[in-house]
Design a protein around this ligand. Structure first.
Ligand SMILES: [Fe+2]
Length: 316
């Protein structure tokens, strides 16, 4: 069973722009592994949460999921192989770069690199944010969540639910087909969407501890309106208040606050839409964007609202 999303592996031709955005805008800590070539990004006490390497070709993003120990890692590797995936052991160099004790990787049906690891180490120094923020909400909820647009909806759903042991949180068919899956108290760690378009990484959600840090990140994005892929809004399912910032590779960071958690008593819901208000998805085709507006109007007329459950916030 997967316990959490633990890290991302990014390869990009835009390393300098990545460093500037994640440190100065989002507030991550950048540790240089090799000048102009590779950095580790920290957002909490862990050794790394994103490894970014410069390449000359097409940008890519892979995900690292954590299991409890080496026995479970071997079991998952066997199941993946039995399901037809080509599984490779991580090299010693890859383990050192990530700060993990063990790691395997394979590619999902859309070609995305998926790593499964155990033993992600703590750093030997305190997290030092790139700008004054109150930190990020991680811990047992893992790094955050990733939403993928897939051309292999059923196969991807089977990978996460059937092989990795995720459970369904909720789903909807409008404005496009999506399911949200959890593997720990975070409402969803993976979202799988079929928009009718080609497979791609839609976004990666990071949750600030403090609401003001979302607002400040929004302020910093406003002078460049094209950098905002989804306007400020609130999700109908995890209740996150967020906006989406395009990164140098074209996919997005969702910067959010106050997600609700799920427990063993969670009941699967069919969603009436994706957001309670806001979240204008500027990238949607006009007809889908209009459909999303009509859903918001319907929810507003019904007066649908949700309580805000604030996470532990910093006091300084
Ligand atoms: Fe999200």
């Amino acid at each position: 069973m997967i316990q959490a999303l633990s890290y991302l592996i990014v390869e990009t031709p835009h390393l300098k722009d990545w460093i500037k955005q994640v440190r100065d805008h989002i507030g991550m800590q950048v540790e240089v592994v090799e000048t102009d070539q590779c950095v580790r990004l920290r957002i909490d006490e862990k050794f790394q949460r994103i490894v970014v390497t410069k390449i000359t070709g097409q940008a890519s993003m892979g995900m690292g999921f954590e299991v409890i120990d080496s026995t479970e890692l071997s079991r998952i590797a066997k199941v993946l192989e039995a399901e037809g995936y080509a599984v490779t052991q991580g090299t010693e160099q890859e383990l050192v770069l990530r700060g993990v004790e063990g790691m395997i990787f394979f590619h999902d049906p859309d070609g995305l690199r998926i790593e499964v690891c155990h033993g992600l180490a703590d750093a030997d120094s305190l997290f030092e944010p790139g700008r004054p923020i109150g930190g990020f909400r991680t811990g047992e909820m893992g790094l955050g969540h990733v939403a993928l647009i897939t051309e292999h909806y059923e196969k991807l759903s089977h990978l996460y639910r059937g092989i990795f042991g995720f459970n369904l949180s909720d789903h909807t068919d409008a404005p496009f087909r999506v399911e949200f899956l959890h593997c720990n108290p975070r409402h969803h760690t993976i979202g799988i969407a079929d928009t009718g378009g080609p497979a791609k990484i839609y976004h990666f959600m990071l949750e600030y501890n403090d609401f003001d840090d979302v607002g400040r990140a929004y302020d910093m994005a406003l002078p460049d309106p094209d950098s905002i892929g989804v306007s400020l809004g609130r999700h109908i399912n995890d209740h996150v208040i967020s906006f989406y910032l395009k990164n140098p590779d074209g996919w997005m960071f969702e910067l959010g606050w106050a997600s609700r958690t799920v427990g063993p008593d969670w009941e699967v819901e069919e969603l009436e839409g994706l957001s309670l208000w806001g979240h204008d998805r500027t990238w949607l085709p006009d007809d889908k964007r209009e459909e999303a507006r009509q859903i918001l109007n319907r929810l507003a007329k019904k007066g649908v609202r949700a309580p805000v459950i604030a996470p532990n916030q910093t006091t300084n």
